[in-house]
Design a protein around this ligand. Structure first.
Ligand code: FES
Length: 147
């Protein structure tokens, strides 16, 4: 396996919040992901693991979890503050809220040597922070599933 690209120090992935990163997919599109502690930062001393989830709520796809200042993470869940849906930080599965039963799309990351590495060969790392070429969400409201 590719040894991957170091994206950020592990210490930059906060407890009870997220670190926003931009990756580029094979089509050349910049796509935002949130890095979260797999346990949500709940279990002190646990093995450090990180997950990377697409920064889009499956309920209303024009709603981002993290707009640059960190998403809300509570009791091991990534929270969509729009309507309160919760997604397991470790699994990406929604267990409460309008998109209950859905799952977030993730990319493969690994933690080693105190850093978080992108090891998914379908993406390349662009930067920590928001995508500069973010689609104009006001003219592209995305897909909305009821509610
Ligand atoms: S937009 Fe996320 S729960 Fe409704």
């Amino acid at each position: 396996m590719d040894s991957g690209t170091r994206m950020a120090p592990l210490a930059d992935v906060p407890d009870a919040s997220s670190l926003l990163v931009t990756l580029r997919d094979e089509a050349g599109e910049d796509v935002e992901f949130v890095l979260v502690r797999a346990d949500g930062g709940d279990s002190e001393g646990a093995e450090e693991e990180v997950r990377a989830w697409h920064n889009v709520c499956p309920h209303w796809t024009d709603v981002r979890f993290d707009s640059g200042s960190g998403a809300e993470v509570r009791n091991g869940d990534l929270v969509c503050t729009k309507h309160g849906a919760t997604f397991g930080c470790e699994s990406g599965d929604c267990d409460f809220g309008p998109p209950e039963g859905s799952s977030l799309t993730g990319v493969d990351v690994a933690v080693r040597d105190g850093g978080v590495y992108l090891v998914d060969e379908d993406y390349e790392f662009v930067r920590v922070g928001a995508a500069e070429t973010e689609r104009d969400r006001s003219t592209n409201p995305g897909e909305r599933l009821g509610f």
